[in-house]
Every structure is written in structure tokens, then in C-alpha cells.
Design a protein around this ligand. Sequence first.
Ligand SMILES: [Zn+2]
Length: 221
Amino acid sequence: MVKLNLSLPSEIEDKRAYYHNLIGSSLNYVISWFKNIGFAVTLDEIITNAAVFNDNDFLRNKMAEVFGIPLNQIIKTFCGTVHNKTLYILSIKKYEAIYKTLYPDYQWNTDCYKKLIIHELAHKAHALTAIHLKGTEDGMGPRWFFEGLAMLCANQFISVSNRKMTINEIERYAREDQNELLSYPIYASMVRSLAISIPLNDLIKTADSPNFLDFIKEHYL
Ligand SMILES: [Zn+2]
């Protein structure tokens, strides 16, 4: 079993083995996913701690404290993140409630929760890769790319993001994303489309370049 300091509220203490296994297997999945595309990240670099919250406001308060920002800057539907080497995450019950509010058109199943954990761990593995390659997390590139990559890694929203976009659509969305947050399934669809003809390894290495879109246009089939 993966070594992990896991903190749980007392009311879900009886689920300790479930959470430990779920987070541990998600970690192993993310490590091998990045390994498959040519990047080495180790377990200890990603997280050594996980804190599960069974109360949305307890989690939001914790994040406000951790980030040193006012509580009202943490959105009500906040579900989780990795900060330093700790995964902060809602319990499956609380996430299910948020998921059903945010994505009423999508089917809920317990896999959605594992995908959430993988998504958050993928961001950290991507950040570490950027640091290894460029010395800074800014090397992750634009938002549409790092969100789409995390969703690709986690296999999220496959049913709505499996249509291959044209290069013009990708370019337009990439520009729009500089001004406003787009929907997550759009980000997933963009990166899924790119990954068909351009190796993820090349995309990750080029993502922070000012010529990223030119690089994409040159290689997109
Ligand atoms: Zn994300």
C-alpha cells in the first residue's frame, strides 16, 4: 500500500481503507500515465499527505487559510486541489452533490470521484514536469492546455469531448480562454483533439512558448 498520511473527519473514519486505496491507486495511475508519455515523476514528489473533508465550508475555510486569501474568493463548489505535498479533497458524498448540481446532464457514478482525484494529482504531476523542464510551474502553459491535459489524464467527460475539433476551433477557443473561463468539456475536447496527431510529450514541452499556437498549426493533422 502507498505510504500516505491520511486525515479524515471522525464521521468517515470507518472509510479509511477505501480512501487510502483510492488515493494510492490514483497516484500510481498518474505516475504511470506521465511515464508513458516520457516524463518521470515520483510518488513522494506529488503528495505525501491527503486530507478529506466531509463539509464544503470546512474545506473552503482550510483553503482560504492555506492560500492566505479571503473565504469569499474560494468558490462554493470548490472540490479539491494539491497544495505543496497535500491533497485537499471533498468526500465522495459531498462531491456527488456538487457534481449533480454542476453537471446535471452527465451521468454520475463512483468513478467520477476517482477521476476528480486523478485530475488534481495530474495537475501536480504536470507542474513538477514543468519545473523539471523549465524551472517554473509557469511552464505548464495556458489554462485551456493544463486543464485539458488533466481531464485527458483522468478520462473525464469523454462522451462530450470525443469530437475532433478543427484547427480553427482550437485556435479560436485558445484565444477566447485568455479573456474568459470556458467550459471544462471544451478544454478536454481541445487537448483530446491535439493528442491525436501531436505527441503529448511535444505539446507539454512547447506549451509555455509564445509560439505554442504556431507550433500546433504546423503539426495538426
Ligand atoms: Zn483542474
